[in-house]
Design a protein around this ligand. Structure first.
Ligand code: PLP
Length: 384
C-alpha cells in the first residue's frame, strides 16, 4: 500500500512530552517566559473585533509580518541579549558589535510554518540527490532527517575535540562533493558558535554558486549573526525562528534572511507545496512580537544570566561543559553516565535531554528555564 519512499523515512524524535506527571520541562529549548502582553492583546483584538478574519485565507506572503521582522532585526542586529533597551522602555538598539551596516528590508525575509518547514524548503531548493551533502557529526538532528526525506545522500565530519565545528573540513568536503553546506551557529547540542569573521573567511573561499546556510535558531542568546554579511555574499542564507528567543514555539513561525533572489526561489517552492504556510493568527502574533523587542531583550538577558549562574554551579561541582552561547547547556557529570544523570533528574520531576548517540552519550542538554525552575534543578542535583 505504501510507496517505497515511505519505507525509507527516519523521522525526527522530539523531546518527550509525557502526560503521566507534571514535569519541569527543560528538554526542548523552549523559552520559559510567556509572550509579550502586546501579543496576547493583539490576538484578543484580532479575534474579538473581526471574527470573520478567521474565515478568510491569510496573506500568503506574510507582507506585514515580514516588514515587522525586518524592522526588529534592524533594531537588534539579530542578537537580543546584547541589545540595549532605551530609557523609554520600548525603543531599543543593537550593540555596536551587532549593528547591521545596511537596512534589512522586507524583500530579504521569507516566513514559514516554523523554521523546520523553512529548512525543508531549503533542502528541496538547494541540495541535489546526486551530490553528497556534508553535515557536522553532531548537529540539529532534523538535517539528516530532511536529507533522507528528499533522498539526498550525506556524510558527516567529526567535530574538533573541544566540540567546535571543523568548518575547514566541512567546506573542503563540500567543495569536493560540489555541494552547498548547512550548519547551525551556535551549534546544537554543543551550545557553541563561531565568529562572524570566521564565517566571512569561509564564505570568501567557498564557491559563490553553492548555497551556504547558517541556522541561527539560538543566535539571540549570545552568538554572532551573519546577517551583516548578506551584502557581500549572495549565496548566504540565514534561518531564524520565533520558537526560542521570541517565546513562540507554539506559534510555529520561522523565517529566512537572505538576498531577494533566494527569497523569490523559496517562495516558488512554497507556492508549489503549501501556499499558506503562516496562518492568520500566527501572523498577528508574529507582528506584535516583532514590534515589542524590548520585552524579549529582557527575557533573553534573564536567560543568559541564569545560564551563566548555572554554568558556574555545575563547574563548582566538577561537571564538564562548554561555554554556552545559547539557551541551553551541554554538560556531563565527572563520573555518572549521561543516561543515569538524565534518569536521576527525571526522578526529581525535571526533564532534560539525553542523546543516545555515540560520542555524546555522556552528555545531557539542559534548557535554561526560569529562576524558579533552575533553583529546583540545582536542588535536585545537590541531593546526590
Ligand atoms: C529549535 C530549532 C529549530 C526549529 O525551530 P522551529 O522554528 O520550532 O521549527 C531549527 N534549528 C535549530 C538548530 C533548532 O534548535
Amino acid at each position: 500500500m505504501f510507496s517505497s519512499r515511505m519505507s525509507n523515512l527516519h523521522p525526527y524524535i522530539p523531546g518527550e512530552q509525557p502526560h503521566d506527571r507534571v514535569y519541569i520541562k527543560l528538554n526542548a529549548n523552549e523559552n520559559p517566559y510567556p509572550p509579550a502582553k502586546e501579543v496576547v492583546a493583539a490576538l484578543q483584538d484580532f479575534l474579538l473585533k473581526n471574527p470573520k478574519a478567521l474565515s478568510l485565507y491569510p496573506d500568503p506572503d506574510s507582507n506585514s509580518l515580514r516588514t515587522a521582522i525586518a524592522d526588529m532585526l534592524n533594531k537588534t542586529g539579530g542578537v537580543l541579549c546584547r541589545s540595549e533597551v532605551l530609557p523609554d522602555g520600548k525603543m531599543c538598539r543593537p550593540s555596536e558589535k551587532d549593528a547591521i551596516p545596511f537596512e534589512v528590508t522586507k524583500d530579504m525575509i521569507y516566513c514559514g510554518n516554523g523554521s523546520d518547514e523553512v529548512l525543508s524548503f531549503l533542502f528541496y531548493a538547494f541540495f541535489d540527490s546526486d551530490k553528497t551533502l556534508v553535515l557536522p557529526e553532531h548537529t540539529y538532528s532534523f538535517y539528516p532527517v530532511y536529507a533522507g526525506f528528499y533522498n539526498i545522500p550525506f556524510e558527516t565530519v567529526s567535530l574538533h575535540g573541544d566540540w567546535t565545528l571543523d568548518t575547514d573540513s566541512l567546506l573542503k568536503r563540500a567543495s569536493e562533493n560540489d555541494s552547498g553546506v548547512i550548519f547551525a551557529n551556535p551549534n546544537a547540542p554543543t551550545a557553541i558558535g563561531i565568529s562572524r569573521e570566521k564565517i566571512r573567511a569561509l564564505l570568501t573561499v567557498f564557491d559563490p554558486n553553492k548555497v551556504f546556510v547558517v541556522d541561527e535558531a539560538y543566535c539571540d542568546f549570545g552568538g554572532e549573526s551573519s546577517i551583516s554579511l548578506l551584502s557581500e555574499f549572495k549565496n548566504l542564507v540565514i534561518v531564524r525562528t520565533f520558537s526560542k528567543s521570541l517565546c513562540g514555539a507554539g506559534m510555529r513561525l520561522g523565517y529566512l534572511v537572505a538576498n531577494p533572489e533566494v527569497i523569490h526561489a523559496i517562495t516558488t517552492v512554497k507556492n508549489s507545496l503549501n501556499h499558506f504556510p503562516v496562518d492568520a493568527v500566527t501572523q498577528v502574533a508574529g507582528i506584535a512580537a516583532s514590534q515589542n523587542p524590548a520585552y524579549y531583550i529582557d527575557c533573553a538577558k534573564k536567560i543568559v544570566c541564569e545560564r551563566d549562574s548555572f554554568t558556574r554551579f555545575l563547574r563548582e561541582r566538577g561537571w564538564i561543559l562548554t561555554d554556552s552561547q545559547t539557551n541551553f547547556v551541554f554538560a556531563r557529570h565527572p563520573t555518572i553516565s549521561g543516561s543515569e544523570v538524565y534518569r536521576k533528574i527525571k526522578e526529581e520531576g525535571i526533564l532534560v535531554r539525553h542523546f543516545d548517540t555515540k560520542g555524546i552519550e555522556d552528555y545531557i542538554r539542559i534548557t535554561i528555564g526560569s529562576y524558579e525552575e533552575m533553583t529546583a534543578l540545582k536542588m535536585a542535583i545537590e541531593k546526590w
